[in-house]
Ligand binder design. Sequence first.
Ligand SMILES: [Zn+2]
Ligand SMILES: [Zn+2]
Length: 315
Amino acid sequence: MTTDVTNVKREALWARGTGLPDYHTHNSRCGHARGSLREYVEAALERGLSGIGVSDHLPLVHTRDPELSMALSELEAYVCDVRDLQTEYPGFILLGIEADYRPDTFDDVHGVLGSYPFDYVIGSVHYLDEWPFDDPRQRHTWEGRDVDDVWRRYFDMVGEAAETGAFTLIGHLDLVKKWGHRPLRPIEDAARTLAERIGRTDAVVEVNTSGLRKPVAELYPDLDLLRLLREHGAAVTFGSDAHSPDDVGRDFAAALAAVREAGFDSYAALEYPPTSIESPDHHPAGCVGRTPRAIPALRPLPTPPQTKAGAKGSR
Ligand SMILES: [Zn+2]
Ligand SMILES: [Zn+2]
C-alpha cells in the first residue's frame, strides 16, 4: 500500500494544478475534525487554491451534541476568529457556515443565520425527520429501511432546502449514498425533479470530493446528477468537506474532470464582500455575489521520480 504522505503530496500537486477555491472546510471546533482554522488556511495557500471558505457546522438548534458541532455560545468566537484571519489574508478567506436543513427547525436556524455576518451558507440535509442517516454512529440504523423510499425522501428534502432561498450553496447533493446504499428501482425521475427544482433557484451546487473518501467512493454528486444539473441550468462550485488540513483541495482534479465531462464550462466563484474586511457590520447571511469563472484546464500531473531497485539510500 502507498503511504499517506505520498498521497498527500500528490494531491497537493493536483490541487495546485487547478487553482480552484475550496468552499467547504471544517476545523477542530466541531468536535469531529482536527486542525485549527489557521492550519486549513495555510493548507489552502500551500496548495495554490484561489481561496478558502471556512464553513464549520452551525450549532444544532434542536439538540446539543459536542461530537457534531460547536455550542451556540461559541459561534461569536468562531466569527471573530475567521474575521481575524481575513484581516491577515485579505481577499483569500470567506466566512461561511454549514447549516442543516430540516423543516421542523428551519425557522430557528434561519433566525440564527440572520444574527451573524456570514458571507455564505451551505445548506445540507443530514437528517430525515429525526434520523441522522449519515452519522457514522448511526450506520446500523439503515437496517430494514426501504432504501428507495429513503432516497426519494432525501432528494425531496434537498429540493425543499434549495427552494427556501436561505442557502448560497447546497452541500453534498447525494449524500444519501454515503454508505453505499443504492436504490433498487430507477430513481432518475426523482433526480431530474431535484435538478429542475435547483435549476429554478439561485442555489449553487457544490461538487464535494469527500464522497471519494467514504465507503461509496464517489464524488457528490455523481456524473449523472451533474449532467442533469447542467441541463437544468444549475451552477456548480467546489468543496472538499475537509475535516483535516490534509484534505483541503483534495481530489479537486477529479471534481474538475467530472464537471468538464458533464458539460459545464464555468463554475461559480463567490465574491469577497468589502464589509468582511473593512467593517464588522452585519450584512444579510449568504448575500455575497457570485461570478462565473471558466473551468480551468487540467495540467498533467508530474510523473513521480522513479527509484531504481538497489539504488536507494545514496545520500
Ligand atoms: Zn463534519
Ligand atoms: Zn455535511
